[in-house]
Design a protein around this ligand. Structure first.
Ligand code: NAD
Ligand code: TYD
Length: 378
């Protein structure tokens, strides 16, 4: 029988559980009355937001530890203290543009941090107290590089060819996870997935950035000519895919998770604008809440689209061949792009306070610097 990692008697350590995908993953586990106990370990960088879990923090099954994954001693003592045998590793520096401006943090967290976690897990799980365990590493399709329009989608055997410092740091972490399985027998799995979208995403990534700029009546910056293609995966589908791997995945195996949903950036932004226009037309109160949004005055949001200087080394296209996870674990995304996007828009419209708070301070500083340069360089 396969070891269980998600039932009521399990205890998971979720790194990066205050970030976008981690929050969605933790919320699913805690909201399930039969779910496991979860200890979130998060350094609360600019991307970590404990407030996103605040309504669940009185659950006896949720514990929060403010710590850095590079602090191996703390990680190992946490594993030992609660006999934790499952790690789901989300913590990372995750934004390509930031990695171009400052790669060091990406090397420190994504490579050194992942190695530090692996060492702690090995020391406890394989060293003096061996037993069933699982280290699930959450990675990205960006490790495979960039596709031309007619190329076949990335499969698990596509050679690695990372192009940005972010992608290179994730590729290095994947290799370390693989090596710990091969050399030390650590029970590991890796998932490489496409671009996520949905609730709680920090607004430096395309969809929440465009959403919040639209509501504020600000430019919607499209890099280059907008023809770069990404595959979009609704975040809850990603979480379901990870759950499927934890339940049935083979040790040492890699699984691609995709949204079956390739779009050019410009097309995606136009669709997003149209959904917001429709919501404003149907609900007059939105015009009062967001008076700077063009839709508040009957104008289309796409009037804010602004083409800006391209990202250096901008990958042309990502696409995922997700046959393996469907064939072996029976996983397919549930949401279509239309249903996922509608849920996302409705969530951001309903969580005005979360959006307002996250756009303060550290965020503003970054976005203002980033886009004043890009808009000036047009
Ligand atoms: P995010 O940037 O929103 O969150 C990252 C979280 O990690 C934050 O809570 C942050 O505080 C925490 N963190 C950063 N450095 C840390 C450290 N040294 N110690 C402990 N915690 C630290 O990221 P996300 O979008 O939720 O992505 C989660 C994972 O999924 C990442 O590994 C990323 O590479 C991967 N991924 C993301 C996407 C996507 O579209 N967002 C796609 C594919 C893969
Ligand atoms: P992003 O959300 O940063 O994810 P990634 O770089 O990991 O794919 O960007 C998604 C796509 O959108 C990517 O091709 C870059 C583009 N993009 C813009 O055109 N404008 C923006 O303001 C941002 C943040 C991204």
């Amino acid at each position: 029988m396969k070891p269980q990692h998600l039932d009521g008697s399990s205890h998971l350590l979720v790194t990066g559980g205050a970030g976008f995908i981690g929050v969605n993953f933790v919320r699913r586990l805690i909201e399930n009355p039969h779910g496991p106990t979860v200890t979130v370990l998060d350094a609360l960088t600019y991307a970590g937001n404990r407030e996103s879990l605040a309504d669940l923090e009185n659950s006896p099954r949720l514990h929060f530890v403010h710590a850095d994954i590079r602090d191996g001693e703390t990680v190992e003592s946490l594993l030992r203290a609660s006999n934790i045998r499952t790690i789901v590793h989300f913590a990372a520096e995750s934004h390509v543009d930031r990695s171009i401006l400052g790669p060091d943090a990406f090397i420190d967290t994504n490579i050194v941090g992942t190695h530090s976690l692996l060492k702690a897990a090995r020391s406890f799980w394989i060293g003096d107290e061996p037993g069933p365990h699982r280290f699930h590493h959450v990675s990205t399709d960006e490790v495979y590089g960039s596709l031309e329009p007619a190329d076949p989608a990335f499969s698990e055997s596509t050679p690695y060819a990372p192009n940005s410092p972010y992608a290179a740091s994730k590729a290095a972490s994947d290799h370390l996870v693989r090596a710990y399985h091969h050399t030390y027998g650590l029970d590991t799995t890796i998932s490489n997935c496409s671009n996520n979208y949905g609730p709680f995403q920090f607004p430096e990534k395309l969809i929440p950035l465009v959403m919040m700029n639209m509501l504020a009546g600000k430019a919607l910056p499209i890099y280059g000519d907008g023809s770069n293609v990404r595959d979009w995966l609704y975040v809850e589908d990603h979480c379901r895919g990870i759950e499927a791997i934890l339940k049935g995945g083979e040790p040492g195996r890699v699984y691609n998770i995709g949204g079956l949903n390739e779009r050019k950036n410009i097309d995606l932004v136009r669709i997003l604008c149209a959904v917001v226009d429709e919501r404003f037309a149907a609900e007059p109160a939105l015009a009062t809440a967001h008076p700077n949004c063009p839709a508040a005055h009957g104008k289309p949001c796409e009037s804010l689209i602004t083409f800006v200087k391209d990202r250096p080394g901008h990958d042309r296209r990502y696409a995922i061949n997700a046959d393996r996870i469907e064939r072996e674990l029976g996983f397919r995304p549930v949401e279509t792009f239309e249903t996922g996007l509608a849920k996302t828009v409705d969530w951001y419209l309903a969580h005005e306070e979360w959006c307002r708070r996250i756009q303060d301070g550290r965020y503003r500083e970054w976005v203002d610097r980033q886009y004043s340069d890009r808009l000036a360089a047009r």
